[in-house]
Design a protein around this ligand. Structure first.
Ligand code: CA
Length: 218
């Protein structure tokens, strides 16, 4: 696996370079111009992209890549931690977004997840007990019967099923709703979760008090 790290901060770049070099083939560049050049020449498997760069904004390059049909996974590494900034990053075509400062372990886990996803070709069905999700068609089935979900419910359930068995934070779910153009208040989330429970059965979506929700694979 061949990674491109775009990071202008010398100290962070050095430590990331050290961390990643032990595990992957890696190029490290510090400007957008160098990123464009290296990527065009090498065609990396994954890009780690800082946003504030000396010669422009990483989002601009990301937009160009996606407009040109490039589907290489891009993980944004940025100190911009506001909800709307993260949504903007994901809407621009990033596959994931990690807010600085982050732990090395989390970065490595997210890289592994993106590389797994990227190597599959056709996306496999995701299953959790009797519930299944086809990422290509965005259709859910329960006991082989299709569910009639609203786009908001579908978006939330897609996040939950990808993390089946694990707790998903309220913040992550609100981010999903916000990305679908819903107002972000916790009541909206409650209403959507209620709607999902009505169709899936109450026991399938557990409330994890003070944290979020968990899809139970039943
Ligand atoms: Ca920077």
């Amino acid at each position: 696996m061949y990674l491109l790290l775009v990071e202008d901060d010398l100290n962070l770049g050095k430590s990331l370079h050290k961390l990643l070099q032990e595990r992957f083939r890696l190029d490290w560049v510090r400007t957008l111009a160098a990123a464009r050049q290296r990527f065009a020449a090498a065609g990396h498997d994954l890009v780690l992209l800082d946003l504030g760069l000396p010669d422009g904004d990483g989002l601009q390059w990301l937009g160009e890549l996606r407009a040109a049909g490039c589907r290489t996974p891009v993980l944004i590494l940025s100190a911009r931690d506001r909800l709307d900034e993260r949504v903007q990053g994901l809407d621009s075509g990033a596959d994931d977004y990690l807010v600085k400062p982050f732990e090395a372990e989390e970065l490595l886990a997210r890289i592994r997840a993106l590389l797994r996803r990227g190597s599959g070709g056709a996306q496999p069905l995701i299953e959790a007990g009797a519930l299944s999700y086809d990422p290509e068609t965005q259709q859910f089935h329960l006991d082989d019967l299709p569910l009639g979900l609203s786009p908001q419910e579908r978006g939330l359930l897609a996040v939950l099923i990808r993390a089946a068995g694990r707790t998903v934070s309220r913040e992550r779910l609100l981010l999903q709703l916000y990305g679908l153009g819903e107002g972000v208040d916790s009541n909206t989330l409650e209403v959507r979760i209620h709607g999902l429970r009505r169709q899936l059965g109450k026991e399938r979506i557990e409330t994890v008090r003070g944290l979020g929700y968990r899809l139970v694979p039943l």
